[in-house]
Design a binder for this molecule. Structure first.
Ligand code: C2E
Ligand code: CA
Ligand code: CA
Ligand code: CA
Length: 277
Protein backbone atom coordinates (compact mmCIF):
# COMPACT_ATOMS: atom_id res chain seq x y z
CA UNK A 1 0.00 0.00 0.00
CA UNK A 2 0.92 3.62 -0.29
CA UNK A 3 1.34 3.97 3.48
CA UNK A 4 3.70 1.03 3.99
CA UNK A 5 5.65 2.17 0.94
CA UNK A 6 6.14 5.53 2.57
CA UNK A 7 7.14 3.87 5.86
CA UNK A 8 9.69 1.76 4.08
CA UNK A 9 11.04 4.88 2.44
CA UNK A 10 11.37 6.82 5.69
CA UNK A 11 12.89 3.73 7.38
CA UNK A 12 15.64 3.61 4.81
CA UNK A 13 16.34 7.34 4.92
CA UNK A 14 16.59 7.12 8.71
CA UNK A 15 19.05 4.27 8.43
CA UNK A 16 21.01 6.07 5.75
CA UNK A 17 21.21 9.26 7.76
CA UNK A 18 22.44 7.28 10.79
CA UNK A 19 25.23 5.83 8.67
CA UNK A 20 26.10 9.28 7.33
CA UNK A 21 26.04 10.86 10.79
CA UNK A 22 28.37 8.20 12.14
CA UNK A 23 30.66 8.74 9.18
CA UNK A 24 30.71 12.50 9.72
CA UNK A 25 31.43 12.05 13.42
CA UNK A 26 34.33 9.74 12.67
CA UNK A 27 35.63 12.18 10.06
CA UNK A 28 35.44 15.06 12.53
CA UNK A 29 37.09 13.12 15.38
CA UNK A 30 39.80 11.78 13.05
CA UNK A 31 40.97 15.33 12.37
CA UNK A 32 42.26 15.71 15.93
CA UNK A 33 43.09 12.11 16.77
CA UNK A 34 46.82 12.39 16.04
CA UNK A 35 47.37 15.59 18.04
CA UNK A 36 45.33 14.15 20.92
CA UNK A 37 47.43 10.97 20.90
CA UNK A 38 44.42 8.66 20.48
CA UNK A 39 46.17 6.11 18.28
CA UNK A 40 48.21 3.15 19.35
CA UNK A 41 50.04 0.69 17.14
CA UNK A 42 49.58 -2.97 18.05
CA UNK A 43 51.80 -5.77 16.81
CA UNK A 44 50.80 -9.27 15.76
CA UNK A 45 53.76 -11.69 15.77
CA UNK A 46 54.56 -13.80 12.69
CA UNK A 47 56.16 -17.24 12.84
CA UNK A 48 58.21 -19.55 10.68
CA UNK A 49 56.07 -22.66 10.09
CA UNK A 50 58.94 -25.15 10.19
CA UNK A 51 60.95 -23.84 13.15
CA UNK A 52 58.01 -22.19 14.98
CA UNK A 53 60.37 -19.27 15.63
CA UNK A 54 59.00 -15.75 15.81
CA UNK A 55 60.37 -13.81 12.84
CA UNK A 56 58.63 -10.45 13.12
CA UNK A 57 55.21 -8.81 13.30
CA UNK A 58 52.53 -6.90 11.44
CA UNK A 59 51.71 -3.40 12.69
CA UNK A 60 47.95 -2.90 13.16
CA UNK A 61 46.52 0.45 14.18
CA UNK A 62 44.11 0.93 17.09
CA UNK A 63 42.02 4.04 17.77
CA UNK A 64 40.36 4.95 21.05
CA UNK A 65 38.31 8.15 20.98
CA UNK A 66 36.67 9.71 24.08
CA UNK A 67 33.38 10.25 22.22
CA UNK A 68 33.19 7.17 19.99
CA UNK A 69 35.08 4.63 22.10
CA UNK A 70 37.10 2.03 20.21
CA UNK A 71 36.62 2.33 16.48
CA UNK A 72 37.86 -0.61 14.38
CA UNK A 73 40.32 -0.03 11.52
CA UNK A 74 37.83 -1.62 9.13
CA UNK A 75 35.57 1.34 9.91
CA UNK A 76 37.98 4.28 10.21
CA UNK A 77 40.73 3.41 7.69
CA UNK A 78 38.42 3.74 4.64
CA UNK A 79 37.23 7.12 5.96
CA UNK A 80 40.79 8.31 6.63
CA UNK A 81 41.65 7.10 3.17
CA UNK A 82 38.78 9.10 1.67
CA UNK A 83 39.63 12.36 3.48
CA UNK A 84 43.39 12.01 3.06
CA UNK A 85 43.98 11.80 6.83
CA UNK A 86 45.57 8.41 6.14
CA UNK A 87 48.69 10.24 4.93
CA UNK A 88 49.74 11.72 8.32
CA UNK A 89 48.28 8.67 10.13
CA UNK A 90 50.34 6.34 7.92
CA UNK A 91 53.49 8.33 8.72
CA UNK A 92 52.74 7.95 12.42
CA UNK A 93 52.31 4.17 12.05
CA UNK A 94 55.60 3.86 10.18
CA UNK A 95 57.54 5.94 12.69
CA UNK A 96 56.12 4.05 15.67
CA UNK A 97 56.69 0.68 14.01
CA UNK A 98 60.33 1.32 13.17
CA UNK A 99 61.07 2.75 16.61
CA UNK A 100 59.44 -0.36 18.10
CA UNK A 101 61.44 -2.65 15.80
CA UNK A 102 64.66 -0.99 16.97
CA UNK A 103 63.69 -1.63 20.64
CA UNK A 104 62.52 -5.15 19.92
CA UNK A 105 65.72 -6.16 18.09
CA UNK A 106 67.83 -4.76 20.93
CA UNK A 107 65.77 -6.44 23.67
CA UNK A 108 65.75 -9.88 22.02
CA UNK A 109 69.10 -9.63 20.24
CA UNK A 110 67.36 -10.58 16.99
CA UNK A 111 66.82 -9.18 13.53
CA UNK A 112 63.05 -9.15 13.27
CA UNK A 113 60.99 -7.82 10.38
CA UNK A 114 58.07 -5.45 10.65
CA UNK A 115 55.18 -5.29 8.17
CA UNK A 116 53.22 -2.07 7.72
CA UNK A 117 49.99 -1.73 5.73
CA UNK A 118 50.07 0.87 2.97
CA UNK A 119 46.83 2.39 1.60
CA UNK A 120 46.31 3.46 -2.01
CA UNK A 121 45.92 7.12 -1.00
CA UNK A 122 49.43 7.17 0.54
CA UNK A 123 50.93 6.61 -2.90
CA UNK A 124 49.67 10.02 -3.99
CA UNK A 125 51.97 11.64 -1.42
CA UNK A 126 54.98 12.82 -3.43
CA UNK A 127 57.17 12.67 -0.32
CA UNK A 128 56.27 9.04 0.53
CA UNK A 129 59.53 7.44 -0.58
CA UNK A 130 61.82 10.08 0.91
CA UNK A 131 59.88 9.92 4.21
CA UNK A 132 60.34 6.14 4.35
CA UNK A 133 64.05 6.40 3.54
CA UNK A 134 64.53 9.10 6.20
CA UNK A 135 62.60 7.16 8.86
CA UNK A 136 64.69 4.04 8.15
CA UNK A 137 67.85 6.11 8.67
CA UNK A 138 66.50 7.81 11.82
CA UNK A 139 65.62 4.48 13.43
CA UNK A 140 68.71 2.69 12.08
CA UNK A 141 66.67 -0.05 10.43
CA UNK A 142 67.97 -2.00 7.43
CA UNK A 143 65.51 -1.60 4.51
CA UNK A 144 65.12 -5.39 4.08
CA UNK A 145 63.67 -5.57 7.65
CA UNK A 146 60.69 -3.47 6.55
CA UNK A 147 57.80 -4.91 4.58
CA UNK A 148 54.85 -3.08 3.05
CA UNK A 149 51.56 -4.96 2.75
CA UNK A 150 49.65 -3.71 -0.26
CA UNK A 151 46.25 -4.88 -1.48
CA UNK A 152 45.55 -5.05 -5.16
CA UNK A 153 43.27 -2.03 -4.73
CA UNK A 154 46.48 -0.03 -4.99
CA UNK A 155 47.43 -1.63 -8.26
CA UNK A 156 43.97 -1.44 -9.79
CA UNK A 157 44.17 2.34 -9.84
CA UNK A 158 46.56 1.72 -12.73
CA UNK A 159 48.33 5.06 -12.40
CA UNK A 160 51.90 5.52 -13.51
CA UNK A 161 52.83 7.17 -10.19
CA UNK A 162 51.95 3.92 -8.45
CA UNK A 163 54.20 1.95 -10.80
CA UNK A 164 56.97 4.45 -10.10
CA UNK A 165 56.44 4.34 -6.33
CA UNK A 166 56.51 0.52 -6.28
CA UNK A 167 59.67 0.53 -8.35
CA UNK A 168 61.24 3.11 -6.01
CA UNK A 169 60.27 1.05 -2.94
CA UNK A 170 61.87 -1.98 -4.57
CA UNK A 171 65.03 0.05 -5.31
CA UNK A 172 65.09 1.24 -1.70
CA UNK A 173 65.36 -2.42 -0.67
CA UNK A 174 62.17 -2.76 1.36
CA UNK A 175 60.01 -5.86 0.81
CA UNK A 176 56.61 -5.82 -0.89
CA UNK A 177 53.85 -8.13 0.18
CA UNK A 178 50.58 -8.72 -1.71
CA UNK A 179 47.92 -8.60 1.01
CA UNK A 180 44.48 -10.27 1.03
CA UNK A 181 45.48 -12.54 -1.84
CA UNK A 182 42.53 -14.32 -3.44
CA UNK A 183 39.87 -11.75 -2.59
CA UNK A 184 40.26 -9.61 -5.73
CA UNK A 185 40.11 -10.17 -9.48
CA UNK A 186 43.40 -9.99 -11.22
CA UNK A 187 46.04 -10.56 -8.58
CA UNK A 188 47.82 -13.06 -10.81
CA UNK A 189 48.73 -10.57 -13.50
CA UNK A 190 49.90 -8.08 -10.86
CA UNK A 191 52.19 -10.65 -9.33
CA UNK A 192 53.94 -10.99 -12.66
CA UNK A 193 53.98 -7.28 -13.39
CA UNK A 194 55.45 -5.99 -10.11
CA UNK A 195 58.35 -6.99 -7.89
CA UNK A 196 56.53 -8.62 -4.97
CA UNK A 197 58.53 -10.65 -2.46
CA UNK A 198 55.73 -12.08 -0.36
CA UNK A 199 52.20 -13.31 -0.92
CA UNK A 200 49.75 -13.16 1.94
CA UNK A 201 46.77 -15.51 1.78
CA UNK A 202 43.61 -13.94 3.14
CA UNK A 203 42.08 -15.19 6.37
CA UNK A 204 38.80 -16.07 4.62
CA UNK A 205 40.55 -18.99 2.84
CA UNK A 206 42.57 -20.16 5.84
CA UNK A 207 39.45 -20.48 8.01
CA UNK A 208 38.02 -23.08 5.58
CA UNK A 209 41.02 -25.28 4.84
CA UNK A 210 40.26 -28.02 7.34
CA UNK A 211 36.60 -28.32 6.26
CA UNK A 212 36.16 -27.15 2.66
CA UNK A 213 37.97 -28.99 -0.07
CA UNK A 214 37.66 -25.95 -2.37
CA UNK A 215 39.50 -23.73 0.11
CA UNK A 216 42.16 -26.36 0.65
CA UNK A 217 42.68 -26.75 -3.11
CA UNK A 218 42.84 -23.02 -3.55
CA UNK A 219 45.42 -22.54 -0.81
CA UNK A 220 47.46 -25.45 -2.13
CA UNK A 221 47.47 -23.98 -5.65
CA UNK A 222 48.29 -20.50 -4.34
CA UNK A 223 51.32 -21.77 -2.41
CA UNK A 224 52.59 -23.67 -5.46
CA UNK A 225 52.11 -20.62 -7.64
CA UNK A 226 53.84 -18.29 -5.20
CA UNK A 227 56.82 -20.61 -4.87
CA UNK A 228 57.10 -20.94 -8.63
CA UNK A 229 57.37 -17.13 -8.75
CA UNK A 230 59.96 -17.23 -5.95
CA UNK A 231 57.69 -15.53 -3.41
CA UNK A 232 57.39 -16.59 0.19
CA UNK A 233 53.90 -17.28 1.51
CA UNK A 234 52.27 -15.98 4.69
CA UNK A 235 48.96 -17.40 5.90
CA UNK A 236 46.94 -14.96 8.02
CA UNK A 237 44.17 -15.82 10.47
CA UNK A 238 45.58 -19.15 11.67
CA UNK A 239 43.44 -20.05 14.68
CA UNK A 240 43.85 -23.79 15.23
CA UNK A 241 46.56 -26.41 15.51
CA UNK A 242 44.90 -28.37 12.68
CA UNK A 243 45.23 -25.40 10.34
CA UNK A 244 48.88 -25.02 11.30
CA UNK A 245 49.65 -28.70 10.64
CA UNK A 246 47.92 -28.56 7.28
CA UNK A 247 49.76 -25.38 6.27
CA UNK A 248 53.05 -27.01 7.25
CA UNK A 249 52.18 -29.97 5.05
CA UNK A 250 51.34 -27.63 2.16
CA UNK A 251 54.73 -25.92 2.45
CA UNK A 252 53.48 -22.55 3.66
CA UNK A 253 56.44 -20.49 4.90
CA UNK A 254 55.07 -18.12 7.55
CA UNK A 255 51.93 -17.83 9.67
CA UNK A 256 50.17 -15.33 11.89
CA UNK A 257 46.90 -15.62 13.74
CA UNK A 258 45.13 -15.96 17.06
CA UNK A 259 46.56 -19.48 17.49
CA UNK A 260 49.89 -17.81 18.32
CA UNK A 261 48.85 -14.34 19.36
CA UNK A 262 46.35 -11.56 18.81
CA UNK A 263 47.73 -8.12 17.93
CA UNK A 264 49.22 -6.77 21.19
CA UNK A 265 50.58 -3.42 22.46
CA UNK A 266 54.30 -2.67 22.08
CA UNK A 267 55.06 -3.32 25.78
CA UNK A 268 53.52 -6.80 25.56
CA UNK A 269 55.20 -7.53 22.24
CA UNK A 270 58.59 -6.70 23.78
CA UNK A 271 57.97 -9.39 26.43
CA UNK A 272 56.32 -11.89 24.12
CA UNK A 273 58.02 -15.29 23.85
CA UNK A 274 56.82 -18.31 21.96
CA UNK A 275 56.62 -20.85 23.34
CA UNK A 276 56.09 -19.00 26.63
CA UNK A 277 58.76 -19.64 29.26
P1 C2E B 1 44.54 -6.87 7.24
O1 C2E B 1 45.75 -6.13 6.77
O2 C2E B 1 44.04 -7.98 6.38
O3 C2E B 1 44.92 -7.38 8.71
C1 C2E B 1 44.52 -8.62 9.25
C2 C2E B 1 43.34 -8.49 10.17
O4 C2E B 1 42.99 -9.77 10.65
C3 C2E B 1 43.60 -7.64 11.42
O5 C2E B 1 42.39 -6.96 11.76
C4 C2E B 1 43.94 -8.70 12.48
O6 C2E B 1 43.72 -8.27 13.79
C5 C2E B 1 42.98 -9.79 12.07
N1 C2E B 1 43.43 -11.12 12.49
C6 C2E B 1 44.69 -11.59 12.59
N2 C2E B 1 44.71 -12.88 12.97
C7 C2E B 1 43.43 -13.25 13.14
C8 C2E B 1 42.79 -14.50 13.55
O7 C2E B 1 43.43 -15.52 13.81
N3 C2E B 1 41.42 -14.50 13.59
C9 C2E B 1 40.69 -13.39 13.28
N4 C2E B 1 39.36 -13.48 13.35
N5 C2E B 1 41.25 -12.21 12.90
C10 C2E B 1 42.61 -12.15 12.83
P2 C2E B 1 42.39 -5.45 12.24
O8 C2E B 1 43.57 -5.19 13.11
O9 C2E B 1 41.02 -5.15 12.77
O10 C2E B 1 42.61 -4.64 10.89
C11 C2E B 1 41.65 -4.67 9.87
C12 C2E B 1 42.19 -4.06 8.59
O11 C2E B 1 42.43 -2.65 8.79
C13 C2E B 1 43.53 -4.64 8.17
O12 C2E B 1 43.31 -5.84 7.49
C14 C2E B 1 44.06 -3.51 7.29
O13 C2E B 1 43.51 -3.58 6.01
C15 C2E B 1 43.52 -2.27 7.98
N6 C2E B 1 44.57 -1.65 8.83
C16 C2E B 1 44.89 -1.89 10.13
N7 C2E B 1 45.93 -1.11 10.52
C17 C2E B 1 46.27 -0.36 9.45
C18 C2E B 1 47.27 0.67 9.20
O14 C2E B 1 48.10 1.02 10.06
N8 C2E B 1 47.29 1.23 7.94
C19 C2E B 1 46.43 0.84 6.95
N9 C2E B 1 46.51 1.44 5.75
N10 C2E B 1 45.49 -0.11 7.14
C20 C2E B 1 45.42 -0.70 8.37
CA1 CA C 1 50.26 6.69 22.44
CA1 CA D 1 47.79 -6.62 6.27
CA1 CA E 1 43.29 -9.84 5.23
Amino acid sequence: SKLSGRNTYSFFTQEMSDVMLRRLEIEEQLNHALQRDEFEVYYQPKFDVKSKKMIGAEALLRWRNPLLGNVTPDEFIPIAEHTGMIVPIGKYVLKQSLAFLNDWNTTHQQQYTIAVNLSPRQFRDKALISFIAQTLRDEKIAPHSLEFEITEGVLMAGNSYIDDALENLHQLGVKLSMDDFGTGYSSLSYLRQYSFDILKIDRSFISGITEKKEDLDLVKATIALAHSLDLSVVAEGVETHEQLLLLDELGCDLVQGYYFSKPIPAEDALDFRYPAN
